[in-house]
Design a protein around this ligand. Sequence first.
Ligand code: IPM
Ligand code: MN
Length: 381
Amino acid sequence: MSALRIAVIGGDGIGPEVVKQGLGALAAAAGATGLQYSLAEFDLGGDNYLARGGDPRRPSIPVVTPEEIETLRGFDAIYLGAVGHTRVAPGIMERGLLLKLRFELDQYINLRPVRLFPGVPSPLAGKGPEDIDLVVIRENTESLYLGMGGTAREGTPREVSTQEMLSTRFGVERCLRYAFDTARRRREAGKPGRLTLVHKTNVLTHCGGTWFRAFEELGERDYPDVERNYHHVDACCMYLVTSPERYDVVVTENMFGDIITDLGAAVSGGMGMAASGNINPSGVGMFEPVHGSAPDIAGRNRANPMAAIVSMAMLLEETGRNRALPQAVRAGELVYAAALAVSPRLEGEGMDRLRQGTQEVGRMVVEEIGATGSGGAADEK
Ligand code: IPM
Ligand code: MN
């Protein structure tokens, strides 16, 4: 049996402390399932950028070197904490580490579940866990994020800038395929299995057209069993607040996906609960909580580790499925089930600023894995 090789990048701020709790859950789930794994830590946060002589005001050296990227490529998965350092100008770490790895490792899927865990308060009146359970599949390598465009006559009254939205049929199709497959898998798991494409085809006729044509053609030809819907992104924002139960699987382009998943995090309990995976189904994925580095509470045992713990569950399930490692899938299910079992005990908490403590919540998850993983009910799942 081959071992799962995980690269760990704690990153900045609260990153390392929430990652530690995710690794605790991994250890417990591996013990319960017999999963073999190894960890390798990479010091790639803002402190390291500065220590290597990086300019704090502008990107002067690579945050992650080409050699480090090649090394990371050799792992089965990357587990990332958070990026954003108080002494490094905003954007340097985000582009230099996060976007760099997403692009270089061709992680073309950004998988972002929006699920209200039991006991977690939602700001939406009258909506409960049965109403808020969807997954957003955000295209992760194209669109405005490519950074195509430029600025001329900078600093003059005639300054001009462009930033181009770019979609390729290839990039759109591979993302849609993943989304259709996800919808099918959810239907098999007893969820609606409905797929909604979100764009702005009435205005963004070029890129929207590519997405819409590919969606219709692929759906008709290869996934006739999957129910298809289309919503404009502005309407989607409205429905996410008024009737999130309309959604099961949402697929969208990069920029819209960035925006609607912050809204999704807000309606499902806040950034402290939002997990994500940057996935390349035939390469190495990178799993990370959606939240940032929250420097104001770093090192104070106040950060909510749930987003990081659920991201670990996703790492195990996704990587296990893509690498045909059933123990990893099983370990991921255990971690996920434990997070679901622990969330009611967070009742009354501020989800982004814990009173109970980062380590205490991590310990509850580990205990829960121990209780269910050693022959309890979760074995049946
Ligand atoms: C996210 C973040 C990133 C993004 C930033 C930090 C570059 O907002 O993961 O959603 O825009 O993708
Ligand atoms: Mn974002």
